[in-house]
Design a binder for this molecule. Structure first.
Ligand code: CO
Length: 136
């Protein structure tokens, strides 16, 4: 049911500073920028073939990414797998006994539908499943 690694999420202090590495030095194309208020992040999406790097900078210290930065510093935040139906995958994960952070899909970057699995049941890796919007 997992069809690809859709993106890796990287926590950064500042998107513009991080673009100096990912866009300018590594040469990835910047395809999208968005403030996702409900997740408390400023986000940027860069192309790597058919996959992406998703840069995440916190809107405030008390957001999930803000707390992550305070605890662990900048670096790899989550891995996101692409699925056709995030609801079907969530149901399958729940049936398999995995601990869910989101029992219902929520809106992610670029109009995608996403849900997170708890790292306590995924070997310490915060895991996202993502159903891209139709046009992507
Ligand atoms: Co993500």
């Amino acid at each position: 049911m997992l069809s690809a690694i859709d993106h890796v999420g990287v926590a950064v202090e500042n998107i513009d500073a991080a673009l100096g590495l990912y866009r300018d030095q590594l040469g990835m194309g910047l395809v999208h920028r968005e403030t996702v208020t409900e997740q408390g992040v400023d986000a940027a999406l860069l192309d790597v073939g058919d996959s992406h790097v998703e840069l995440l900078a916190p809107l405030a210290p008390d957001t999930a990414v803000g707390k992550f930065l305070a605890r662990r510093g900048a670096g790899l935040h989550h891995v996101a797998y692409r699925v056709e139906s995030v609801q079907d995958m969530l149901d399958a994960c729940a049936a398999a006994g995995l601990r869910l952070i989101d029992s219902q899909p929520r809106v992610g970057i670029r109009g995608s539908r996403v849900a997170f699995l708890h790292p306590a049941s995924t070997g310490g890796v915060l895991t996202e499943i993502v159903q891209p919007a139709e046009e992507h």
